[in-house]
Write a protein that binds this ligand. Structure first.
Ligand code: NDP
Length: 357
């Protein structure tokens, strides 16, 4: 069983008098930098010059070029997209590292798949939030935490775990706990969850859509039923609160029975051998190699696949329904989402009342 760490397991004062340099000020970088600064840590930001640099300046950081930030950091946190680590780190970060500084990654990918090799003499740590960037900041501001996975790949100083946990505490994760893992385990399970869970959702929706439309049902009604109404958000929220099977009790008895009955049928038909093959392809580096070639070839396959799936008839029904629900612009909340936001706000008020009473 993994060790689980909470706030009491970490000593933030270990970062006193040390400079934490965050390289990258995007999704995770901005949230983690702000949280660390609010936790009393001395934070500097390294970013090349453009929109993200402007954001860092607006947030009252005085951003440095990446090379200089790396040189000033006692702890250097890598918050750049994983697919550019092999270009940026050897060129701008590794040659400038302070003697004995520790490096902290937010995902195990580039280290585990040996896309980068951190020079000897530097601890190599992992603090991987299991939360999107804006959530990292929002939960911190609400006094809540978010789970993360933590690991030490190399402990040259003998204090790598102390540094890892201090960083996890500083970004606010330990309020919700951190689970011990390895770079390998974090990378493989994260990829598997994206590639099987995420693609499973795409396949499930498209196959169901095709089947129901072929059976003569209206594409717009089918899209609304499958995804468009936003009811699924509530289903997932219930699963988180009551458990995967426990949440079925909030559905009607017909739905409760129907879901269990079909789950039993479909679980038996699921090809476990294919899933095991996917794990193998992740473990033996087949996927990492495929993804490396894809990047070198200018993301050709990715574009082709995106075009193929985007031209599916489902997309048309989705566009019509999103327009009706008032959320066609990318990223804009539909009416349904706005309604569930209202539900959440009401729930939060009730929960606050519960805590207070
Ligand atoms: P983003 O895509 O949001 O990072 C953008 C940052 O990277 C910006 O500061 C950008 O600076 C910089 N950047 C991009 N390209 C380059 C380049 N060629 N040279 C120098 N700087 C560059 O990344 P995320 O925050 O999504 O991910 C960061 C790390 O966090 C990754 O390891 C990821 O796996 C991990 N992570 C991400 C999660 C998420 O929710 N997104 C969740 C948990 C972990 P600019 O363009 O201004 O130069």
């Amino acid at each position: 069983m993994a060790r689980i760490f909470g706030d009491a397991d970490a000593d933030l004062s270990l970062l006193d008098g040390r400079t934490v340099a965050l390289i990258g000020y995007g999704n995770q970088g901005r949230s983690q930098a702000l949280n660390l600064r609010d936790s009393g840590v001395k934070v500097i930001v390294g970013n090349r010059g453009d929109a993200f640099l402007e954001q860092a300046t607006m947030d009252r950081f005085d951003p440095y070029p990446i090379e200089e930030a790396a040189a000033r950091g006692d702890v250097v946190m890598v918050l750049l997209p994983d697919e550019i680590h092999h270009e940026v780190l050897p060129a701008s970060v590794f040659p400038n590292l302070n003697v004995g500084s520790a490096m902290v990654f937010a995902h195990g990918y580039s280290v585990h798949f040996r896309e980068v090799e951190v020079p000897a003499g530097h601890d190599v740590c992992l603090v991987a939030p299991k939360m999107v960037g804006p959530g990292v900041r929002e939960l911190f501001l609400r006094g809540r935490g978010f789970p993360s996975l933590v690991a030490v790949h190399r402990n040259d100083s003998g204090h790598a775990w102390d540094t890892t946990l201090a960083v996890a505490k500083g970004i606010g994760s330990l309020r919700a706990s951190a689970w011990e893992t390895t770079f390998e385990e974090e990378a493989i399970t994260d990829l598997f969850s994206e590639q099987v869970g995420g693609s499973g959702a795409i396949v499930g929706v498209l196959r169901s859509f095709e089947t129901l439309v072929k059976a003569g049902y209206d594409p717009d009604v089918v899209q609304l039923e499958l995804l468009g109404s936003g009811e699924l958000v509530e289903v997932i929220r219930a699963q988180l609160r009551r458990g995967l099977i426990g949440s079925l009790s909030v559905h009607s008895p017909t739905s409760h029975f129907g879901q269990l009955y079909r789950a039993q049928e479909l679980v038996e038909e699921t090809d476990s051998a294919r899933l095991e093959q996917i794990v193998k392809e992740l473990q033996d580096g087949t996927f990492a190699e495929l993804w490396r070639k894809e990047r070198e070839q200018g993301y050709r396959t990715m574009q082709q696949l995106e075009e193929r799936f985007s031209s599916h008839e489902y997309g048309e029904a989705e566009r019509r329904n999103r327009e009706r629900l008032g959320g066609l612009e990318d990223g804009q909340a539909t009416l349904v989402e706005r309604a569930t936001e209202g539900t959440r706000a009401a729930e939060a008020t009730v929960a606050k009342g519960d805590e207070a009473s």
